[in-house]
Write a protein that binds this ligand. Structure first.
Ligand SMILES: NC(=O)c1ccc[n+]([C@@H]2O[C@H](COP(=O)([O-])OP(=O)(O)OC[C@H]3O[C@@H](n4cnc5c(N)ncnc54)[C@H](OP(=O)(O)O)[C@@H]3O)[C@@H](O)[C@H]2O)c1
Length: 333
């Protein structure tokens, strides 16, 4: 295909490698790379620019979109939708929802929209972006890829004693209470955001499959592995985690991969899988959850249609998606 690919968090640890792979191996595609801060003062955006500059013939736009501000997301969707309609960009072939936020050293933080930021950046804003732009895919369809994690399973993991959960009052997902165990609670909020976006991805597929105009768009959620070289382990994290990632896990990576767990790998390897799955080179036409590039079973909540419906309805409300700004008619009953 030769359409437009949206990649959020394009200056992230994974994003930089992903952009390199995208521009190198998919030169026919047009890349819209979104970042939180597109000014010259952002060292990671400057790294992104430096990668892009190596591909003089590439069709690339770097666009500032703060995913903790829903008005910015809707404005971006409005502008891009109009540009595609006007023929300034080719129709979409992929939306890759890569950006994320966590804070393991502070109480839950609310965005200007009043939503806990991990949930807003990881799920709500991405759901808005996708639902606003489905009608800008071309007639051949394409792919929506969300970023899940092994942390989405409702079980304890090494980062937290609090497994992800779906509270009976779903509003607690966007305004969670604080907890004195900041690392454990921040990790819990992260895992829960990944659970919610995984469930939402399954709901999205159901609606897409029921919509004759959009049924050739497939949605996948990928757990890209454990990426100990990610700057995530240096941002909003306690010193103990930073030290462990840098001085224990990274040096031992070859051993860990070989003898303990092959999900531990560098960001560069994850980036290749994310792009190949996102652009449909891997598992063309398939839907669902993938661990690395292997089809896998998600948490059972993602397969439960009643839970899917509840998460779907709340996500529409949070993301300010209505019949008037979303072409997925099957989703409105
Ligand atoms: N690292 C891992 O071990 C791991 C494991 C499983 C899944 N994943 C998933 O893989 C994806 C990439 O992870 P990574 O390790 O590459 O992350 P990362 O290096 O920590 O980068 C996070 C990205 O999200 C962006 N972001 C944060 N807040 C934002 C906002 N308000 N608006 C727009 N962008 C915002 C960041 O931009 P700024 O820096 O400008 O804020 C940055 O580009 C994430 O979805 C993550 O959950 C990672």
């Amino acid at each position: 295909m030769s359409g437009t690919v949206i990649l959020t968090g394009a200056n992230s640890s994974v994003g930089l490698h992903a952009v390199n792979h995208l521009l190198e191996d998919y030169p026919q595609s047009t890349a819209i790379l979104t970042v939180r801060n597109a000014t010259d003062s952002d060292v990671n955006t400057n790294s992104l620019r430096s990668i892009v500059s190596q591909y003089s013939n590439a069709r690339v736009s770097i666009v500032e979109v703060d995913l903790s501000d829903l008005s910015a997301v809707h404005k971006f969707a409005d502008n891009l939708s109009a540009s595609i309609a006007a023929g300034e960009y080719p129709p979409l072939e992929a939306i890759i929802c890569n950006a994320f936020y966590w804070n393991l050293i502070a109480d839950p933080q609310l965005s200007i929209d009043g939503y806990e930021i991990t949930m807003q950046v990881g799920h709500i804003s991405h759901s808005a972006l996708v639902l606003r732009l489905l009608d800008r895919f071309g007639p051949d369809g394409g792919r929506v890829e969300t970023l899940s994690s092994i942390a989405h399973y409702r079980r304890k993991n090494s980062m937290t004693q609090f497994p992800p959960e779906i509270p009976s009052d779903l509003n607690q997902l966007v305004v969670p209470p604080p907890n004195e165990d900041k690392q454990g609670w921040g990790s819990h909020l992260y895992g829960t955001s990944k659970l919610i976006i995984t469930i939402w991805t399954y709901a999205l597929n159901r609606y897409l499959q029921n919509d004759p105009k959009l049924s050739n768009i497939t949605a996948v959620a990928i757990n890209p592995g454990n990426l100990m070289d990610s700057r995530a382990y240096r941002t909003n994290t306690p010193t103990s985690l930073r030290v462990m990632a840098r001085y224990l896990m990274q040096p031992l990576l070859p051993f860990i991969r070989r003898f303990l767990d092959n999900q531990f790998r560098p960001s560069s390897a994850a980036a290749i899988d994310i792009i190949d799955l996102g652009l449909g080179k891997a598992h063309a036409g398939e839907r669902g959850y993938f661990t690395l590039l292997d089809k896998d079973e998600p948490d059972s909540a993602a397969l439960d249609e009643e839970i899917q419906n509840q998460i779907w309805a709340k996500s529409m409300e949070w993301a300010k998606i209505t019949k008037d700004n979303c072409s997925l008619t099957a989703a409105f009953g």
